[in-house]
Write a protein that binds this ligand. Structure first.
Ligand code: 5AD
Ligand code: FES
Length: 355
């Protein structure tokens, strides 16, 4: 699929043609990653952040947020919970928090790897290469860092430099690959100043980076952020602005599946937030094959407020677990077994094909 085809799909409004896109995408999904939906237990280990991203509620200057950092024991209790539910992976996520010391986290990764069979995904922001190397050595398997937009001017606007740190997520993604992680990235859809054209280029970049995991969700304005209150603007003609709608998000999920057919693609919480009734299911029916049930302890959960009115904010671990299982089964899919690595499935295909 070339640039002009991707762009045409992003602008498509005809319902019948879109139906065809959803159907084709679902065939590709089934062929490459099967009917299993992998569950990744999400543990939001800290909401401290040194960065000033224009869209994110965890940004350093948001003084209204009560900050927390989980203890090692609290994290391990969540890990046990994930293991108990039969998940294959835990995802440790936080703001870019240097209160999380490199060795401290390496110890936790080593403990998880020694005591469980779980894959470990980290999502700790734009940490220095040395940290990424230490955590990989400790046994971390995957790293998530969305680039959010590949349009240079918009990227710089929403990711301002902070003292001593200029943001270059693409460089970090390449580094992660070199170090040997499975690499995940992705974008928000409908950021003010984001054009259809730039989203087409984002999708081409997914392909170019050969991403193992691709997260896509709608942009949701946060009132404690400059972007959320319209304070920062990137000038583009109104008819080129991509909308932050559900449909636009499904289009990008579907196109991501087509250009990176082997990738693990979650049906995200942001999508479930703008359509609490069926967002998760429709994401899974239009390209996605992963969900990330939230295991963060209830007393911390509300404070991991990246954007407002986040889905699952009041639910406990068992609630989220049951809810997602029911949703997976309601659409004729089944929970994944094992770690759900990208490579495992493609190796499986090769074996089946007799290579
Ligand atoms: N709306 C939607 N998604 C957001 N994220 C951050 N802020 C927002 C927002 N206001 C997403 C980013 C980030 C991920 C953890 O959450 O894509 O990478
Ligand atoms: Fe968390 Fe439904 S996915 S409550």
């Amino acid at each position: 699929m070339d640039h002009s085809e991707i762009l045409a799909w992003l602008k498509e409004t005809n319902e019948e043609r879109l139906d065809k896109l959803w159907r084709n995408t679902d065939v590709v999904r089934k062929q490459y990653v099967g009917d299993e939906v992998h569950l990744r237990g999400l543990i939001e280990i800290s909401n401290y952040c040194v960065r000033q991203c224009g869209y994110c509620g965890l940004r350093r200057d948001n003084g209204k947020l009560e900050r927390y950092r989980m203890t090692a024991d609290e994290i391990m209790a969540c890990v046990r919970e994930a293991e108990g539910y039969g998940y294959g992976t835990v995802v440790l996520q936080s703001g870019e928090d240097y209160g999380i010391e490199t060795e401290w986290l390496a110890d936790i990764v080593r403990r998880i790897k020694a005591e469980t069979g779980l894959a470990v995904t980290l999502s700790m922001g734009e940490r220095p290469n040395e940290d990424l190397e230490v955590w990989r050595q400790a046994g971390a398997d995957r790293y998530l860092l969305r680039f959010e937009t590949s349009a240079p001017t918009l990227y710089r606007l929403i990711h301002p430099s902070v003292p001593g740190k200029t943001s270059d997520r693409i460089a970090i993604l390449r580094k992660l690959r070199e170090i040997g992680y499975e690499v995940g990235s992705g974008v928000m859809i409908g950021i003010p100043g984001q054009t259809y054209e730039s989203i087409a280029r984002d999708i081409e970049l997914f392909r170019q980076l050969d991403l193992d995991m691709i997260g896509v969700g709608p942009y949701i304005p946060h009132p404690a952020t400059p972007l959320g209150i319209g304070q920062w603007k990137s000038a583009i003609p109104a008819d080129e602005q991509a909308p932050n709608t559900e449909e636009m998000t499904y289009k990008v999920i579907a196109l991501a599946r087509i250009v990176c057919p082997e990738a693990n693609i979650p049906s995200t919480t942001a999508l479930a937030t703008i359509n609490t009734a069926t967002g998760r299911e429709l994401g899974l029916m239009r390209g996605a094959n992963v969900v990330m049930p939230n295991l963060t302890p209830p007393q911390y959960r509300a404070n991991y407020e990246i954007y407002p009115a986040k889905a699952c904010i009041k639910e406990t671990g068992p609630d989220c677990h049951r809810c997602l299982l029911r949703r997976i089964e309601s659409i004729g899919r089944r929970p994944g077994k094992g770690r759900g690595d990208r490579s495992a499935f493609s190796n499986g295909l090769e074996k089946k094909a007799g290579f």
